[in-house]
Design a protein around this ligand. Structure first.
Ligand SMILES: Cc1ncc(COP(=O)(O)O)c(C=O)c1O
Ligand SMILES: [Zn+2]
Length: 421
């Protein structure tokens, strides 16, 4: 397979037959499949290019496949090695909301609960593909730059693949996420600065020490994992796209990948129409994409000092920002939520639906509520909200907004006052 193209590739048997190579998102230049990630003509990002005409994907047989993201292997660059497959990422529940939908006055609201992935965020998806890319290209060391969730996902997949792992995070990353990473055996470099500082150092480390940094030099493959958020939703809705989907956004990679996922399904005739209203949701304390959208600009202004409880979304210089803006100019909405609204969002989701999410999910719910109130999402539109990270990772985000437990002496009679007021 891929004779001649793959001479420097250790495990070319894992590459999907329908992958033609990589293509620059800006100038369209073609590259052979390999571990390059940026166009040498124009510095544009590279995407995996498929021979879509040759893709054979069968709606009837997919239901018999395992409930993981690899059930869409025809639409992904690689087949997974057993160590990666075995962790069973993806195919998370799409939950039809009853109480939150009623509260908001929506007829059809669905919650894509990615809190229940193996490492408890949607980052299992890109990390599974990124670490597989490292295996395909025979890399001996992996890592990532992360606001926390990608860190634990990369570390878990590296552990399964028996690859040493180096994680770059900003120093203020939540404790639970750090403990999770360390438990998987990865080493953490906490950078005294922002995510963007951590990202810059990771990028230099990738070049100097030949580390497979999944979201930098393996990015074309890494981003493919998040397309499965579109595939699963389409399958779970009976091979249909929603009208509206809401994505909590930092770098913009996931939003872009979900859009591409729906487009691919449309191109190969698995869905009959595309979503009409993609929504980017950001935290007000770090909203470069929303800001550019509202000011009708073609580029994003970097936010030097993000200030939000949604630490996982605190990326001031979003790598995919201009691509997201380009998409939003065609169709879509971008809106933000402040910290109080984010906390309210977390509580609404927990109280009405029993899903306990981290602030990124609170951002999605808060933006959903805002757009319904503003009439920008209409009552009878089919809405999917991506809930991308688990609340157990971020207890500090809501600790101060919850009441103390009711303390009683160890005797049942002390309960009476509580129950009867
Ligand atoms: C829970 C969660 N949701 C959303 C995002 C945003 O993803 P992206 O950077 O692809 O926009 C992140 C990023 O780290 C995250 O951890
Ligand atoms: Zn280019």
């Amino acid at each position: 397979m891929h004779e001649g193209l793959t001479k420097n590739i250790s495990n070319s048997n894992l590459i999907n037959q329908n992958v033609l190579g990589l293509k620059c998102r800006d100038c369209g230049k073609f590259f052979e499949i390999g571990n390059n990630y940026v166009c040498d003509e124009c510095f544009g990002a590279l995407d995996v290019l498929y021979n879509e005409e040759k893709i054979r994907f069968n709606k009837e047989t997919v239901v018999f496949r395992e409930s993981t993201l690899w059930r869409y292997k025809e639409l992904l660059p690689f087949e997974p090695p057993e160590v990666i497959l075995g962790i069973k990422a993806g195919f998370t529940p799409l939950i039809k909301s009853i109480r939150l939908a009623q509260y908001l006055g929506l007829k059809e609201l669905y919650l894509k609960n990615d809190c229940v992935n193996p490492t408890y965020s949607f980052k299992d998806r890109p990390a599974a593909l990124g670490v597989t890319a490292a295996i395909v290209f025979g890399m001996k060391y992996v890592g990532c730059a992360s606001t926390g969730n990608l860190a634990s996902a990369t570390a878990a997949y590296a552990a399964r693949a028996n690859l040493p792992c180096l994680i770059f995070i900003p120093y203020n990353t939540e404790k639970a996420k750090i403990f999770q990473v360390q438990s998987y055996g990865a080493r953490i470099i906490a950078v005294e600065g922002t995510y963007d500082d951590a990202n810059r150092i990771a990028s230099q480390a990738a070049d100097i020490y030949h580390i497979g940094i999944v979201n930098i030099n393996l990015r074309p493959y890494y981003v493919e994992g998040s397309k499965t958020l579109a595939y699963e939703v389409a399958e779970q809705l009976g091979w249909q796209a929603p009208d509206v989907f809401i994505v909590p956004t930092a770098s913009g990679a996931m939003f872009n990948a979900i859009c591409r996922g729906f487009e691919q399904l449309y191109n190969i005739d698995l869905i009959k129409r595309l979503p009409s209203k993609p929504v980017v949701a950001q935290a007000q304390g770090c909203n470069p994409i929303v800001d550019a959208f509202k000011k009708n600009k073609d580029y994003v202004d970097i936010i030097d000092k993000p200030n939000t409880i949604a630490l996982s979304l605190a990326i001031g210089n979003p790598g995919d920002g201009t691509y997201v803006i380009r998409r939003l100019k065609e169709k879509g909405i971008a809106e933000d939520a402040n910290d109080d609204e984010i906390i309210e969002g977390i509580k609404l989701l927990a109280k009405f639906e029993g899903i306990y999410c981290e602030p990124a999910g609170g951002v999605a719910i808060a933006v959903l509520k805002k757009l319904v109130e503003q009439g920008k999402i209409e009552k009878d539109e089919k809405v999917v909200c991506y809930i991308t990270g688990n609340g157990l990772k971020t207890p500090e985000a809501i600790a101060n907004s919850l009441p103390d437990p009711i303390l009683i002496k160890p005797n049942i009679r002390y309960l009476e006052k509580v129950i009867n007021g």
